[in-house]
Structures are given as C-alpha cells and as structure tokens.
Design a protein around this ligand. Structure first.
Ligand SMILES: *Cc1c(COP(=O)(O)O)cnc(C)c1O
Length: 386
C-alpha cells in the first residue's frame, strides 16, 4: 500500500499543509474563527448577502410550503416548482433563453463540459481556469489544449490548427488573480472558428455589469456572442447551488446529457425560493456594488503605496503577491496575530513561486474595517522586514 503518512509529512515539511479553520459564527466580516474574534477578508460573500434577513425570512416562509429535502433527482420526481421558478428567474437575470439549476458550481462545470464535448472533440481551456473546469475537461475524455492565460494569439493559432467540434472554456473573473477574461476577443475567435464558448462567471455574477448581471453583460455580450454562462449561487448571491444559462436547445440537451444534473438529488426546494429573493435584491441594490468598488480602489491605492505587489484586478479579489510559501505563511500569520484573517494561497492552487495572500472584499465591510486591514498590513511589513 502507498505510504499516505509519508506524503502528509512531506506536505507539512514543504509548508503546504492546509488547515481547516473552525467557524463558530455566521459567515460575515466580524466572525469567530478557531475560538477568537477576527476580521475576515477571505470569503466570497461579495455583496454581504449570506445572512441577509430577507433571504432568511424567504427560506423560513418557503420551508413548510416547498419542503426541505429534495427527495429525488430532477428527472425522477424531485423537480419542484420552486426550482423551476428559480431557473426562469436566472434566465431573466442573465438575459439568456433558459437556465438549468445544479447543486454546486463544481457539479455544473463537470456536467456541462463533459456533456458538450467528448471523445474526438477538442476543449481549449485557459491555463488559470478553476479546478472544476480542469476536472470537467478530464471527465469529458475530449482532447484538452490549455492556452497561456488570456493569450488570444495563442488560442487563435490552436483553434486554426484543429478540426472537429471545439469547446472553449474560461473563467469570467479568474478566482486567484481577480482579472477578467478578454471576453469580447474570445467571442470573436469562437465565431470565426465555429467553437462553442462557455464562461464560468462564479466571481463576476452579482458583482460586475449592469444590475450585477456579470462579466459577460459588463462586456456588452449577448447570447449570440457567449452562448453559455455557468454561475454559482454560493458567492455573491449568498445562498447555495449553481446554474448554467443559455439557448433553450442547449439547456434541453443538458437535461438529457449532463450526468451531474441527472444522477444527483435535487437541492432543497425552499433554498431555491431564498435564492430568488436574493436575486431581487442583488439586481436592485447598486449601492452594494458601489460600496464594494470604493473599498477595492482605496485598498489598491494604499496597499501599493506601502510597497505591496498587487495584481491587475478591479474586482473584489485583490491578491497580494508574495512569492515563496514561507513568506506567504509569515504574512498571513502576522495578520492573524493582529486579528485579521486573510488566506494564504499556495501551490498547487497557484503556480510554484506565486504564493499570495488572497484578500477579498465584501459590501459588508466598512471603511473602518478597511482601516484595520491597512494598519495591520503596515505593521506586518515593518515587522517582517526587521
Ligand atoms: C467557486 C468556483 C466554482 C465552484 O462553485 P461552487 O458552487 O462553490 O461549487 C466554479 N468555478 C469557479 C471559477 C469558482 O471560483
């Protein structure tokens, strides 16, 4: 048998062991983590919706009417009218013809990619795409060609030399870098080379574009340009679950073919009702996005002035590039000692030598919260340089 213990020891000695911190409060900036009060800058609750009282009330109200347990898969007898209403709401929100509700974004990517490409086809995937896209590509059994991050010339060359069915898949907002994919150029290339484009907008949905419709809407692109959008509901939308939205034909096809949709129990129907309530607020309340943008811009200005290396991102994902695993851990340890929680991201989540602190902002953060983060970063820099 393999020496699992030795593998764990090696991980630890390389500074790569991951810890699960124990959360004892709702998900919010001022949280209780591992028994102590911290100010957290690491959740994906970008709009501060995760504990919104209106969503909680919607869930409680829907529970007796719609029920808790999903009970069965959608194609057996689990497809509740609450799920169906949410799908219609998601199609309207993303300005697509139809939508299909999945239990997680991970499952959505696995199901969509493996249904829409198979043996003999070719998938083109950005090098920095999320793990669930990478796994979806493997599951599909298609040939996979990874192109250098956002490199449209490289992708064009790969597309030109490939025959047969082609699928191009990209994150809308890259989860560890915070930059936005060159969506207009991707749409143009896909049109030229008759490739199907899928954009995973896990971090753009709710945050970018008019009414928070996401990175694709922010780029002014329609269903003709970007046929399929995958979105998760557990980040800015504040609940749980995910979806794919696009042309009716492709959604009908996925109902028949997406195995992670077909062979899994439907989500709690009441949760779908809470998600609908969230979409109403996310769409209406531009103030949440304005507040988020103000925090992001002030952070960038002041952290850069301290000498921290930031990345070209205007989204709530603001990585501080550190380099070595040890330096990333030292910085995050210094912050935690000051009561600030920011996660250190290390390989294999990011490339070797590009360890970073992934600072994420939420509309639930105040200017005073940002003051505390900046003060802690200033102290950390002084302490670690000494
Ligand atoms: C978080 C994330 C997912 C997975 O979504 P879940 O609903 O959390 O499973 C997929 N893609 C990207 C880019 C993500 O950041």
């Amino acid at each position: 048998m393999r020496d699992f213990a030795a593998e764990l020891r090696q991980r630890r000695s390389q500074g790569l062991e991951r810890q699960r911190r124990l959360l004892a409060s709702p998900q919010r900036p001022h949280a209780t983590v591992d028994g102590r009060a911290v100010l957290a800058f690491c959740s994906n609750d970008y709009l501060g919706m995760a504990n919104h009282p209106v969503l909680q009330a919607a869930l409680i109200q829907a529970l007796p009417e719609a029920g808790l347990g999903g009970g069965a898969s959608h194609l057996i007898c689990g497809h509740h009218q609450s799920h169906h209403q949410l799908e219609e709401r998601l199609a309207a929100f993303t300005q697509r013809s139809a939508a299909l509700y999945f239990s997680t974004g991970y499952m959505a990517n696995l199901g969509v990619i493996s249904a829409l490409a198979g043996r003999g086809d070719t998938i083109f995937s950005d090098r920095l795409n999320h793990a669930s896209i990478i796994d979806g590509c493997i599951l599909s059994r298609a040939r996979v060609r990874r192109y250098p991050h956002a490199d449209m010339a490289a992708l064009a060359a790969m597309l030109a030399e490939t025959d047969g069915h082609k699928l191009v898949v990209t994150d809308g907002v890259f989860s560890m870098d915070g930059d936005v994919a060159p969506l207009a150029a991707l749409a143009q290339l896909c049109r030229t080379h008759d490739a199907l484009l899928v954009v995973d907008d896990a971090h753009g949905l709710g945050v970018l574009g008019p009414q928070g419709r996401g990175s694709v809407a922010a780029a002014g692109l329609s269903e003709q340009d970007v046929p399929l959008i995958v979105g998760t509901l557990g980040k800015a939308i504040g609940t749980s679950g995910a979806f794919v939205a696009g042309p009716q034909l492709l959604i009908d096809y996925l109902v028949q073919k997406a195995r992670t949709y077909i062979y899994t129990t439907a989500m709690p129907p009441a949760l779908a009702s809470a998600t609908c309530a969230s979409l109403d607020i996310v769409e209406a309340e531009d103030a949440r996005r304005t507040c988020l943008q103000a925090l992001v811009q002030r952070f960038r200005q002041e952290a850069a002035a301290m000498g921290y290396e930031l990345m070209p991102s205007d989204t709530p994902i603001q990585p501080i590039l550190v380099g070595s695993n040890e330096a990333a851990t030292a910085l995050s340890d210094s912050l935690i000692a000051q009561g600030i929680l920011v996660s250190a991201i290390r390989p294999p989540t990011v490339p070797e030598g590009e360890a970073r602190l992934r600072v994420t902002f939420s509309a639930a953060h105040t200017e005073a919260d940002l003051d505390r983060l900046l003060t802690a970063l200033r102290h950390a820099r002084a302490a670690l340089a000494a």
